[in-house]
Design a protein around this ligand. Structure first.
Ligand code: NAP
Length: 320
């Protein structure tokens, strides 16, 4: 981002967690920045400063719920450092006339790349191969055979920006693509299924790429896992609560699915220890958009949206 002129009045912006050092530094240059994680007594801090906080920059780990919004009476804009909006009470923001923005598109490639990486890592057991060589086991014998990715049927839940980018990448591995979403996408050549269950029954790799809503919470349940079957793989780059983790653990342990690659979990950063054991699981610490380039672009959008709002210009990526 080019050096912007500091907006004349010192506008109070609250950053809720230590999201990204570039974001923090750039917000600090432009605004009167409050760092919520630094304060010993958050309630007391909010009481004292709420009148001057007109914007919040939030990260998806911190809920922007009704209680939090109510504690900030001067709040005009919530600028989210994520595309997912599941931690923000959008209805309440709408009701209060508070604008909400997110960071779509700039992270799509990274998340789609990671989804393909997770598929390859899970099916070809790349992490295990690495550990095998480093442990000196290769000298004792070759690594066992793994599972081919190219040509496998890939089913995607949520054919939006990220889902489509995953589909395009998987196509280049000669994978037939099908999908489920609430509506059939006009102009898409991929096969549409009107239910997750039908999609899971028909594919070999099921990828979750939809937003987390009340409708999609535990969209991956026992029935869906059974439909995916003992040769099927689950890949989740959406949100943790899309998957009923208890059911996933038992499906993996009982061999009712072949494996899973997960970037997100129900209660991050806590991951059920039962998932540490099975060798057919790959676990990542929610790093879908976690590259320097993409986080930088996300930070630029967070700042750009706040600046646009206070300069009375159209928001760059408005949600509400
Ligand atoms: P998007 O462009 O809005 O796409 C969302 C897709 O999901 C649409 O095709 C939508 O189609 C579908 N969908 C919405 N509600 C659904 C439902 N109830 N059942 C089934 N499908 C539904 O969003 P995106 O930019 O691709 O991002 C998708 C999600 O990825 C985000 O919300 C976020 O949770 C996750 N994400 C994860 C990471 C990571 O680090 N792992 C990073 C970025 C994003 P219909 O409207 O037709 O249903």
């Amino acid at each position: 981002m080019s050096k912007q002129t500091r907006i004349m009045e010192p506008i109070g912006v609250l950053l809720t967690s230590p999201t990204n050092s570039y974001l923090e530094q750039e917000l600090d240059k432009r605004f009167n920045l409050f760092r919520l994680w630094n304060v010993p007594n958050k309630l007391e801090f909010l009481k004292q400063n709420s009148g001057s906080i007109r914007a919040v920059a939030v990260n998806p780990n911190v809920p922007t719920d009704r209680e939090f919004i109510e504690s900030l009476p001067a709040l005009e804009i919530v600028s989210s450092f994520s595309v997912g909006l599941d931690k923000i009470d959008l209805e309440y923001c709408k009701e209060k006339g508070i604008r909400v923005t997110n960071t779509p598109d700039v992270l799509t490639d990274d998340v789609a790349d990671l989804a393909i990486g997770l598929i390859l890592t899970t099916l070809r057991r790349i992490c295990e191969c690495d550990r095998y060589v480093k442990a000196g086991l290769w000298k004792k014998g070759d690594f066992r055979l793994t599972t081919k990715f190219s040509g496998k049927k890939v089913g995607i839940i949520g054919l939006g920006r990220i889902g489509t980018a995953i589909a395009k990448r998987a196509e280049s591995f000669n994978c037939p693509i099908s999908y489920y979403s609430r509506s059939e996408k006009p102009g898409s050549n991929y096969k549409y299924f009107p239910s997750v269950l039908e999609l899971a029954s028909d594919c070999q790799i099921l990828v979750v790429a939809c937003p987390l809503t009340e409708e999609t919470r535990h969209i991956i349940n026992r029935e869906v896992l059974n439909a995916l079957g003992p040769s099927g793989y689950l890949i989740n780059i959406g949100r943790g609560p899309h998957v009923d983790e208890r059911e996933l653990v038992s499906a993996l342990v009982e061999g009712r699915i072949a494996g899973a690659g997960l970037d997100v979990f129900e209660n991050e950063p806590h991951v059920p220890e039962e998932l540490f054991g099975p060798d057919n699981v790959v676990l990542l610490p929610h790093v879908g958009s976690g590259t320097v380039e993409t986080r930088h672009a996300m930070a630029d959008l967070v700042i750009g949206n706040i600046e646009a709002h206070f300069n009375k210009k159209p928001l760059l990526t408005p949600v509400v």
